[in-house]
Design a protein around this ligand. Structure first.
Ligand code: PRP
Length: 177
């Protein structure tokens, strides 16, 4: 969706050089959330994108941590469950897990067993796609759970890192940097 509303949101985005470590330019999504009019606008656009997916999505899975800021907003509007995908050690109960490498090193992502019904069409959401490592792990977890990835939705895509090429499923991004 290459519309004027997205340009407005992009204008509000702040970035921080050399965070969390030297050489990384950090795009701070909270620079949108601290302005309610822009957060609402961003929510509306994400909901529109989610509604466009056909056949309709049946579940939203959010990637820790900033996927949690958008996933529930979408799931409520579409009246489908929201399910968290979290970093190792944060979720209770029986878990499925996947190892992955992200922008700053190795990690493990987990999902609760039985949290998504088999065969459901899942939308995975996060704030940002960099190398794609996190999103790839998310896709693998959804499939491990016996569900299908309908699409991967991110607010920001760092195109130069070619994360999209690593992700096995359809990636939708609003702002390409
Ligand atoms: C950031 C971002 C994505 C991920 C993207 O999260 O919010 O989840 O990195 O990077 P990738 O495409 O190279 O995998 P981070 O790992 O910093 O974790 P946090 O959200 O818990 O702070």
């Amino acid at each position: 969706a290459g519309d004027e509303r997205i340009a407005q949101i992009q204008e509000q985005l702040k970035s921080y050089p050399n965070f969390p470590k030297k050489g990384i330019l950090f795009w701070d999504i909270f620079s949108i959330l601290n302005k309610p009019d822009y957060y609402r606008l961003l929510r509306d656009i994400l909901v529109e994108e989610a509604k466009k997916i056909s056949p309709p999505i049946e579940c939203v899975a959010g990637l820790e941590a900033r996927g949690f800021l958008f996933g529930p907003l979408i799931s409520l509007e579409l009246n489908v469950p929201f399910v968290p995908i979290r970093k190792k050690g944060k979720l209770p109960g029986n878990l499925l897990s996947v190892c992955y490498s992200k922008e700053y090193g190795p990690d493990v992502l987990e999902i609760q067993e039985g949290s998504i019904e088999h065969g459901k069409r899942v939308l995975i959401i996060d704030d940002l796609l960099a190398t794609g490592g996190t999103m790839v792990a998310g896709c693998h977890l959804i499939k491990k759970a016996g569900a299908n990835v309908a699409a991967c939705l991110v607010v920001i895509e760092l195109e130069g890192l070619k994360g999209r090429d690593a992700v096995p499923d359809n990636v939708i991004s609003l702002i390409k940097l």
